[in-house]
Design a protein around this ligand. Structure first.
Ligand code: ATP
Ligand code: MG
Length: 283
């Protein structure tokens, strides 16, 4: 984990651009992408992506293999620099030059491999890489803080002093998410948080995502599982071949979602151009 400071930018202009599924307005747009493109040599991984995420909103990013989901998340995590386009965070244009810059702004990422240290306990994993921060904490303080964080998330972890290796997949995901919340981010990126989890563990992680949303964070969740996506997402954003290919509510039909993901159909009534998502009412 790279070191970073937790300074957040000054309060920015509030923009009313989105509504939740229940019609309630999202007061603050945390993140706005406009025209984001990414080329790897001759390969265009992303072309002209527009995306808005509100505070307290879960946006599911779906798309087939190679659609560009991970590339987009890596751009937001500061791993890749976009070839074109702008990123505004809380109303201000930003450059995410490296992962520590993204973290310092308040963008946290839980990558699919979780990057936990199996031989260390829950407390050590939550504080991994942060022990040497200016506000160095002792073991007791770290343990109390870890408990508080996990309790706030209603996480079912038997003890914060057990090695992470002994935890279930869902509990490990919980520890990784708790770790990402330590620096109090505004936006959290979750890459396949329920992949390879059983039914009960998936339900626990989806509950956890809802609690993260309830804390007022914006959440981007990548998933191939439409049931999981429907369970928690306020909006479903489809990428196809590196481009926006529709924005849906959670109650969209499988047919429409699959058509947008695969490009099998061009006439779904609920399909919307990703470029039109900001500021428009969704059917
Ligand atoms: N570092 C890289 N160098 C070259 N090409 C890359 C690189 N990273 C991604 N790509 C290409 O960009 C495209 C999008 O890949 P990406 O990993 O973002 O897709 P994805 O939607 O995450 O797919 P999956 O569901 O399989 O994880 C693919 O064609 C991929 O081969
Ligand atoms: Mg991927």
């Amino acid at each position: 984990m790279p070191g970073c400071d937790t300074t957040l930018p000054e309060e920015s202009t509030v923009r009313m651009t989105n509504t939740r599924q229940d019609g309630s307005p999202i007061a603050e747009t945390v993140l706005s992408l406009r025209g984001i493109s990414k080329n790897f040599g001759a390969i265009s991984a992303l072309t002209g992506i527009d995306l808005d995420i509100g505070a307290g909103e879960v946006v599911a990013l779906v798309g087939d293999n190679g659609a560009g989901k991970s590339t987009l998340v890596k751009i937001l995590a500061g791993v890749h620099r976009p070839s074109a386009g702008t990123i505004a965070f809380r109303g201000k244009d930003v450059t995410l030059s490296d992962p520590s810059a993204a973290l310092a702004l308040g963008i946290a990422t839980v990558f699919q491999d979780l990057a936990l240290c199996d031989n260390l306990d829950v407390v050590a994993n939550i504080f991994l890489g942060k022990e040497l921060q200016p506000l160095r904490l002792d073991e007791v303080s770290m343990e109390l803080r870890a408990w508080k964080l996990l309790n706030e998330l209603s996480a079912r972890i038997p003890s914060v002093r057990v090695a992470v290796a002994s935890l279930s997949g869902g509990q490990r995901q919980t520890v990784a998410i708790a770790r990402s919340l330590l620096l109090e981010p505004r936006l959290i990126l979750l890459d396949e948080p329920t992949a390879a989890l059983g039914v009960a563990q998936t339900a626990e992680v989806l509950d956890l995502i809802e609690r993260v949303r309830d804390r007022g964070l914006g959440v981007i969740m990548i998933s191939h599982n439409m049931a999981d996506v429907r369970a928690v997402a306020d909006r479903i954003v489809v990428l196809r071949l590196g481009r926006n290919n529709g924005v849906f509510h959670a109650d969209a039909s499988d047919h429409d979602l699959i058509a947008a993901i695969t490009g099998a159909s061009d006439n779904s009534v609920s399909r919307r151009s990703g470029r039109r998502q900001a500021g428009q009412t969704l059917s």
